[in-house]
Write a protein that binds this ligand. Structure first.
Ligand SMILES: *Cc1c(COP(=O)(O)O)cnc(C)c1O
Length: 406
């Protein structure tokens, strides 16, 4: 099955729904700049489907009682590109803003011309905090010295600082522990230097304990309300809670992975509750097709020995690109209309497929390793086959892969 390179060019050129930043670099809307995959490159690229992102945002809003979405685009937007994804999501009415965990991502988002709220869910140093607040980034605060630091910052900037209080209700990861948070909250609420625009927490995603965590959170919020303290908007729900814990949807929801079309926890159950569309595909081209003789072996360690003559195909993508080593446990790759199993050890830059006794693929054929076009390459299916987290399937993708909008 030969898919011509020309077909690929056509695909990239004709199906762009969003104006790309072409040579003139300007468009009326915020243009989405992508590094175009070279038309004849064998090297891996990522296709991003804006319509699927839109579909998922609507679905998440519907699952959340039509609440707004603070889109988590941390870690290079789960591998899909911070700026590329932010620019697409920015146009959706369901998306109220963005949350990230690196200061650099905040700046990149602002430099891209995006003006919706951006929340940094991390600790920044004094200098970075100054730059971030100057760019209208909202800070998360949780340390004992938060009030002192915010007062210093506010006096430098001559304005109150917009913050979200980060509370720890049981993750023991980030946030002010809930059991000693109240006096800290009172102090901050009394400070003229601080404008509390939100208060948030994260769940352990252990269903029974999640309920206890939410209670710890809402108890504090109720106490504050009684004392006339505003904690701003309350938010807690990541993708898992969007699906499984409606009581936690609060003022808005804060999902990441579901936006990109992957199910967070129990794919089968979740797809029935609210089906998502994988919003990206990871593709590359076949670089070698050969026939093995009986007894020929494949890759390091010779884990695969041909028992009968078979065709094999090599893809120029490996574990250093984020394609999991564990794929060999049963992951498949789509070429044309058929899926083929990964065999042998996945090496740093190569994966090898068993094609069978017929030569069904050619050098240059497009292979979809992860994507929407077959159930066996759905991100959750690849994760399951490999026995890894679906978060790894997205987030470990090589940052340098070119992004193509389709
Ligand atoms: C990553 C993250 C999210 C989003 O999680 P998903 O499971 O991808 O929906 C939300 N909140 C916090 C604090 C996070 O770190």
């Amino acid at each position: 099955m030969q898919i011509s390179r020309r077909k690929f060019v056509g695909l990239a050129a004709t199906s762009s729904l969003i104006p790309l930043a072409l040579s003139n670099g300007l468009s009326k809307n915020i243009s989405v700049k992508v590094n175009q995959a070279s038309e004849n490159s064998f090297e891996p690229w990522i296709e991003i489907d804006a319509a699927a992102l839109r579909y998922n945002a609507k679905k998440i809003a519907a699952l959340s009682g039509n609440r707004q979405i603070l889109a988590v685009i941390k870690n290079n937007a789960y591998g899909l590109g911070t700026v590329e994804i932010a620019k697409i999501l920015n146009d959706f009415p369901e998306i109220m803003g963005f949350a990230v965990v690196k200061t650099e991502a905040c700046i990149k988002i602002r430099e891209a011309g995006i003006t919706k709220p951006v929340l940094l869910m991390a600790l920044a140093n004094d200098k970075d905090e100054y730059d971030l607040v100057s760019q209208d980034i909202q800070l998360s605060i949780y340390t004992d010295d938060a009030q002192k630091r915010m007062e210093k910052l506010a006096s430098k900037l001559q304005k109150p600082i917009n913050v979200h209080l980060y509370l720890d209700t049981g993750m023991s990861r980030m946030g002010m522990p809930y059991h000693r948070a109240y006096p800290w909250i009172q102090t901050l609420a009394a400070s003229k230097s601080v404008d509390i625009v939100g208060t948030f927490m994260g769940f352990t995603e252990e269903p029974d304990f999640d309920k206890e965590q939410l209670k710890r959170f809402t108890d504090l919020a109720e106490k504050a309300a009684k004392d006339g303290i505003s904690l701003g908007k309350l938010h807690a729900a990541s993708s898992n809670a969007v699906y499984h814990f409606p009581e936690s949807h609060l003022d808005f929801v804060r999902p990441g992975i579901a936006l990109y079309g992957a199910y967070p926890s129990y794919a089968e159950e979740e797809s029935k509750k609210g089906q998502l569309k994988p919003a990206y595909s990871l593709k590359t081209r076949v670089v070698r097709v050969e026939k093995l003789r009986v007894g020929d072996s494949v890759s390091y360690g010779r884990n695969y020995i041909a028992k009968k003559p078979t065709w094999v195909a090599t893809l120029p993508i490996g574990h250093s690109d984020g394609y999991p080593r564990e794929s060999v446990a049963g992951a498949k790759v789509l070429i044309g209309n058929e899926v083929f199993p990964v065999i042998g050890a996945v090496s740093a830059s190569h994966a090898i497929l068993e094609i069978g006794d017929e030569k069904k693929v050619e050098i240059g054929d497009i292979a979809q390793l992860v994507g929407p076009d077959h159930p066996e390459v759905h991100p959750n299916a690849v994760a399951q086959a490999a026995g890894v987290s679906v978060y790894d399937i997205l987030m470990h993708m090589n940052k340098e892969f070119p992004k193509v909008l389709v």
